[in-house]
Design a protein around this ligand. Sequence first.
Ligand SMILES: O=C1O[C@H](COP(=O)(O)O)[C@@H](O)[C@H](O)[C@H]1O
Length: 271
Amino acid sequence: MDTDGSAHNGAASHGPARAVVVHPSADALAEATGARLLLAILDAQSVRHPVHVALTGGTVGIRLLERARQTPLADAVDWTGVHLWWGDERFVPRADPERNEGQARAALIDHLPIPAQNVHPMAATEDAATAEEGAAAYAAELAAFGSGADGTAGAGPTLVFDVVLLGMGPDAHVASLFPGHPALGATGTTAVAVHDSPKPPPDRISLTFEALESARQVWLVVAGAEKSGAVRRALGGATDVQETPAAVVAGRDVTLWLLDTAAAGADPGLV
Ligand SMILES: O=C1O[C@H](COP(=O)(O)O)[C@@H](O)[C@H](O)[C@H]1O
C-alpha cells in the first residue's frame, strides 16, 4: 500500500456528470435523499443483480435512513438482492453508540427483510486486533464480491457499488479520509486503517478513494452552515486532496451533491 498522497494530488477528476441539488432544510434533504436512494436501488434492480450500496454515518446520513424506512418505496425493493456496506466506521466495540453500523441498523436495517449475510459491517474491536487487520478483512470481503477486469464475479478486487453515500465534515473530510492525513494517499487497497483521526474516536476504518470511485454513483449529502465553506471550496474547483478531500471524490457515472440551503451558503450558483 502506498501512502505518499500522490493518488489524488493534481487535477480533480469528476465523473461524466456532476450535479448539485439544494433542498430547503436538512429535513427535506433527508426525506428526499431517502426516497432517492430507494428509487436508485429500484432502478438498479431493473438491470442488475445484486445491487451494492455503501452507507455513511453522520447526522444527515442516519436521518436519511430513518426517512427511507418511512416511505412506502421501501416495500417495493427486493431486499434479498441488495448488499449494504459502509464507507467508514469507528474501530470501537460493536455496542458503542458511536458505531455507524449500530445507528444504521436502528434507523433502517433492523426494519428490513434483508438477509443477514447481505449486511457487511466493518470490524469492531471484538472482530480484529487492530484497525489494520479490520481494514484487510474488509478489503478481502469486498474482493469476494468484486469483478475482475473480465467481469468475472469474485475474480478481482473491484466491487462496483451502485451508490456510495458520503457525508462531509466541516473540514471537507469524506468517509474517514481527513485533510492532511496519511490515509488519503492509500492506494492498491480498498480499505485502510485510520489512526489519530482529528474527529473522535481516533481509530477508524475507511474505504479508500479507489474503492469510493469504483461506484457508479457517488452522493455527497451535506447539511449545515458550518459546512458551507468546505462546500464552496469543493464545488469551486479545489483540486488539492490534502486540503479538500471532498473535492476530488467522484462516481464513474454520476457525482451528486445533495445539500440543504445552509450548506449551500450564499453561493448564487447554488441557491
Ligand atoms: O466522522 C464522520 O463524519 C462524517 C460527517 O458527519 P456529520 O455528523 O457531520 O454529518 C460522516 O460522513 C462519516 O461517516 C463519519 O464517520
